[in-house]
Design a protein around this ligand. Sequence first.
Ligand SMILES: *[C@@H]1O[C@H](CO)[C@@H](O)[C@H](O)[C@H]1NC(C)=O
Ligand SMILES: *[C@@H]1O[C@H](CO)[C@@H](O)[C@H](O)[C@H]1NC(C)=O
Ligand SMILES: *[C@@H]1O[C@H](CO)[C@@H](O)[C@H](O)[C@H]1NC(C)=O
Ligand SMILES: *[C@@H]1O[C@H](CO)[C@@H](O)[C@H](O)[C@H]1NC(C)=O
Ligand SMILES: *[C@@H]1O[C@H](CO)[C@@H](O)[C@H](O)[C@H]1NC(C)=O
Ligand SMILES: *[C@@H]1O[C@H](CO)[C@@H](O)[C@H](O)[C@H]1NC(C)=O
Ligand SMILES: *[C@@H]1O[C@H](CO)[C@@H](O)[C@H](O)[C@H]1NC(C)=O
Length: 521
Amino acid sequence: MKHLAPSFALYLCFLAQELLVSPANAFRVHGELKKKSELSSRSYGRLGRRVPMEGDLQNLGDLNYFANITLGNPPKQIRVLIDTGSSDLTVGDDVPGNQDSGKKADVNYAIGKVSGPIEFATLQFEGFTVPKQAYIKDTTGDQTAGQGIIGLGPNSGSVIQDVIPGNDGNTVLNNIFRTNTSTPNFITVLLGRSNDPTDLFPGDFTVGSVLDGFENITSMPKLPVNEVKTNNGQHWQASLDVNGTIGPDGQPIVLNSRVKGAGQKLVAAFDTGFSLPQVPRAMADAIYGRVPGAELKNLTGVGGGPIYTVPCDAELNITFVLGGVRIPIHPLDTVSDSLGRTDDLGNTICIGAFQPILPSAQSSTFDMLLGMAFLRNAYMLVNFGDFVDGSTKNTNDPYIQLLPITTDAAEAHSDFVSQRLGGLDSTADLQLLPASVLPDVNDGNPTDDNKSFSEKLRPYLPYIIAGSSALGALLIGSILWCCLSSRKPKYQPLHEPAPVGHANAPHQPPPYQSYQPQRRY
Ligand SMILES: *[C@@H]1O[C@H](CO)[C@@H](O)[C@H](O)[C@H]1NC(C)=O
Ligand SMILES: *[C@@H]1O[C@H](CO)[C@@H](O)[C@H](O)[C@H]1NC(C)=O
Ligand SMILES: *[C@@H]1O[C@H](CO)[C@@H](O)[C@H](O)[C@H]1NC(C)=O
Ligand SMILES: *[C@@H]1O[C@H](CO)[C@@H](O)[C@H](O)[C@H]1NC(C)=O
Ligand SMILES: *[C@@H]1O[C@H](CO)[C@@H](O)[C@H](O)[C@H]1NC(C)=O
Ligand SMILES: *[C@@H]1O[C@H](CO)[C@@H](O)[C@H](O)[C@H]1NC(C)=O
Ligand SMILES: *[C@@H]1O[C@H](CO)[C@@H](O)[C@H](O)[C@H]1NC(C)=O
């Protein structure tokens, strides 16, 4: 987002600091990627597509997806987080042969901030060269040397463009599209899943072309980009269908949009810089609140909002619907296994990936931020249309196309069973609690009623226990724990130095350090 771009990478990082018990598991990175020869025979879902054997992104534990750029003369390589949610290039490095603009800029994220002089240098990205690219040289120390963030949003979301209007202050993509008129004005992003037992690949990003095997994306419905008329910054956002989220019980999650005039069509901004999608509280309740053992709780220092923890063996199938197209979410993405935390009883706890939207991430122009956990399930094309300033090309309104990736439900299910359940399929034992345990919903804004969640659960205790025989003692224990001890702090913040666990990047700091503006506990 403009002003809050990579913050969910940040957010999950803070969670990791709080919760991480088993860092080696938590940050499984593409160091585990199989050899090319093992990959080449894989197919991608039911469509029979081949997964690209290697993408040009680097996936760090599903929390950060990086691309390489070079800046300066002689060119210096910098690894940048790809961020469709912001529009500015920011780097932590001194760039050789740079030119100072004499101006400064700040980008405020939901958590954290980048601030410093605006400089110009020669940029190379995805085979394109921009002779004079503006970027912010961060002087806050938050951006590690060798790293940065590349904002892939429109010019109208750019802070640099506010300070230096016109061509000199253009975003990277605006520069590319404006000067290279033979390149179509679109980008595409495919994000890989690091713990997927059958489809391992890091991710890929393209400018002006479509990945081989994914050509069908151009025939998917064109979702118009909702134009933001206020000065809140423009994001790549589009409307879901009415009833466009199907919950784990197979029923639509019925909500009204908080965006003026949007009615029942919730507005989603698509953001490759956010790890955990941010959804209306009532939607997060509907997804996780009925799972026995789920808890919504504050974790100190994680951005000021409660988050759901969910038993790791809960397989939750949810689906989003946009333009009449169903986009199923892989159960490994609905519940995140990236935190090897255990409760008081030693049971492992996972976190829900679709979290109640943080106050600092809320906007009057969208309802939700569909970040990485969503985008691992849809190949995304963003056509900038006439959002390219200074272009002489005859273009149309911008639009987004999404091609569902998780189309083989049986494969996704078996991935889940092998990854989370050690191969033993106990998913049929999951009995969702009745919807009545959820807080009341009032026009998309849940009114927190007086009874706490665990108080509401208490009457259903016998039901829960009877309904989940195979989960047995483990579940009973965790429910009792959930219901009876909810006021007690349940974790010890870990104050150890953050672990370094990247198999093939031993000298790089873990992602939650890289993007950590300051320690929050
Ligand atoms: C990015 O640069 C790093 C360091 O040189 C290199 O290891 C990595 O393979 C590069 N990534 C891609 C996708 O080219
Ligand atoms: C535009 O990009 C294409 C690659 O897509 C490249 O071959 C061509 O040289 C570029 N043209 C300019 C003017 O940069
Ligand atoms: C692409 O779409 C066409 C028509 O919708 C369909 O017949 C074809 O099977 C699709 N191909 C792939 C690889 O998805
Ligand atoms: C949305 O779902 C609700 C509940 O299932 C249903 O009553 C309503 O008709 C649906 N609306 C549309 C437009 O499908
Ligand atoms: C959780 O944190 C928020 C923000 O700090 C606070 O307003 C709220 O009261 C807290 N809730 C609980 C149950 O502690
Ligand atoms: C989730 O979907 C898969 C594939 O359709 C199905 O086998 C599985 O039973 C579903 N799980 C739950 C808990 O609904
Ligand atoms: C909820 O609390 C408010 C004040 O804290 C009180 O006025 C109201 O009666 C309570 N509602 C219920 C249902 O207990």
